[in-house]
Design a binder for this molecule. Structure first.
Ligand code: GLN
Length: 284
């Protein structure tokens, strides 16, 4: 390595910043390259051990530069490191699955608050589970639950299986279309983050270029999938059962109208940016 380690990291930060990204992302990418944590980058002993373990600094340089180049084409940081953080979980993610979003952490929070009011075992179905972030957060934070994760995309199911086997093997995976999944099953809670973005909406480049369209877009007004997910929730929930569904900030009223047929206690909740982002309701 011609540069000192510090200069090497700084040159990565500079490359990202010139391309309009946050310099700190270079720390995540270099830590990932070395197989150490971001904090450990600041400990020369750990860095030296990691470099020695890899043996050839050329490999480190080439891997780091190639990750930086990929980041500059807007590949999500989480796809490059293969890791995403959601509540207290570290999930494996990559191409073919949506990176879990902080707004969905609030959706989980409201489900957990509801589960606290119930006694005994609680059956939960996560519709369109993706990486399994929602299902696994609930399963690990509320151990009295039995959680089923429904997902149809084969690429997403690969990530879902990895996360379930690493984090909580009790979560059951059902590879099926939400519209027809779990015929005859009844449960206490349904949670869903359906594809809800209106087809024409422009999204940030990271999302638009690299994340799966099937997990994002829900038809012209974004409502096609949410409608199907609500139909399935209506079929699955016992009387008094609880639904929490994420949606687009423009869809609160439409969701409420649809839910009013079979649900009571319909509440619209805001996300961290104060936009109406999800609705909870109780099955009549
Ligand atoms: N909130 C996500 C985004 O805008 C969309 C998630 C979804 O469609 N379920 O990137």
């Amino acid at each position: 390595m011609e540069l000192s380690f510090k200069e090497f990291l700084q040159s990565g930060k500079d490359q990202l910043q010139r391309a309009g990204f946050a310099g700190v992302e270079a720390e995540h990418l270099l830590a990932h390259t070395l197989g150490i944590s971001r904090m450990e980058l600041h400990n020369p002993v750990t860095v030296a051990q990691a470099l020695e373990g890899i043996g050839d600094t050329k490999i480190v340089e080439e891997t780091f530069w190639s990750l930086l180049d990929r980041r500059c084409t807007h590949e999500p940081l989480q796809y490059l490191t293969g890791r995403a953080y959601f509540r207290h979980l570290e999930l494996q993610v990559g191409p073919g699955v949506l990176v879990p979003r902080p707004e969905s952490e609030l959706l989980v929070e409201s489900v957990l608050t509801h589960i606290e009011t119930l006694s005994g075992e609680v059956s939960v179905v996560d519709l369109g589970s993706g990486s399994g972030a929602l299902a696994l957060a609930i399963a690990t934070e509320a151990p009295q639950t039995h959680v089923i994760a429904v997902e149809k995309s084969p690429e997403a199911v690969t990530w879902l299986k990895a996360n379930v086997s690493f984090i909580d093997e009790k979560v059951r995976i059902i590879e099926a279309d939400v519209a027809t999944a779990l015929d005859g099953v009844k449960c206490d809670v349904v949670i869903a983050n359906p594809p809800y973005v209106p087809d024409g909406q422009a999204l940030p480049k990271d999302v638009a270029r690299h994340e799966p369209a099937v997990a994002l877009f829900g038809g012209e007004d974004g409502m096609s999938s949410p409608i199907i997910f609500i139909e399935t929730a209506t079929r699955l929930l016992k009387s008094g059962g609880f639904l929490a569904i994420e949606h687009h900030e423009s869809q609160g009223e439409k969701i409420q109208r649809i839910l009013s047929e079979n649900f009571t206690d319909i509440l619209l909740h805001n996300d961290l940016n104060n936009r109406p982002r999800f609705t909870t309701a109780k099955r009549r």
